[in-house]
Design a protein around this ligand. Sequence first.
Ligand code: AMP
Ligand code: MG
Length: 299
Amino acid sequence: MEHSPTVALAASAMATRFEIVLYGDDPVRLRAAGEEALAEIERLDRQLSRFNPASDVSWINARAAYEPVKVEPRLFWLLRRAAEINKATEGAFDITVSPFIRIWDITGAGRVPSLGELMQTCAIVGMNHVRLDESAFTVSLDAPGVEIDLGAIGKGYAVDCAVEILRGAGIVSALIHGGTSTVYALGNPPDNDGWNIAIGRDEGTTQRLVFTLRDSSLSVSDPYGRFFEHDEQRYGHIIDPRTGEPVQCATKAVVVGPSATETDALSTALLLLGESWLPELGVRFPGFSGTILPLSGGR
Ligand code: AMP
Ligand code: MG
């Protein structure tokens, strides 16, 4: 029998669209829980966006080079987790890369910086510039220009927070995604043991994988999710912190595991570290696994 979702809701946040579908017997309760979850995502967008001058992250970026900035405990936890993931990914996942994004102007018209600019920028990128004081819940940056950008982990964290709200409201069957790049499957839908998520349906893609998820998350990182072109070369939005250059590869990276915060960060890291890092991913992050997929048209 075909089941349509009892309730489907959507909201714009974090420069993308979040959607939730919920199944259950009581549409009023499902809608209330879904709306509360989306409101939490909108709150997190206001807290975490580096493009919102009133966000906590903007406050850190503006002040923390001059004095320790106190942050609320959950944001402190997220920053500490980002620092741990940075270590466990050999520095590939790095929330301080935004000065590179700026010199390449990837979110604008795009330009290729000079070697000198790249080298100057290297001096203000790296988690060694960020100090997290656990006893005071404060963040310090060791030089002006050092910045925090949660673009590769924030959507996953928002999905996890939303799932916590849904669980707290007694929801046992729901699917939530942020911009289709991170999805969390809560329980299972009617008539199936899990939620089937298909990846690789872009035009020209030969490979199409279906993941069946239940109480787990999946994230995809695409090197050209955002890009500009120069001299027939594409420059995308994922930066290799070791070189300051946009990653050039013909693959997407997929990570599946129990938490969306981690799958989001790890799919970005896996794209940079490549296939040879897959065994290490499973060892360092028990319960998580990765897949590398070819991009359509060889890209
Ligand atoms: P995602 O789509 O989750 O892979 O995240 C990509 C976004 O994360 C980019 O648009 C940048 O804002 C940011 N970013 C780029 N490179 C990195 C990196 N190496 N580590 C962490 N964040 C990054
Ligand atoms: Mg990510």
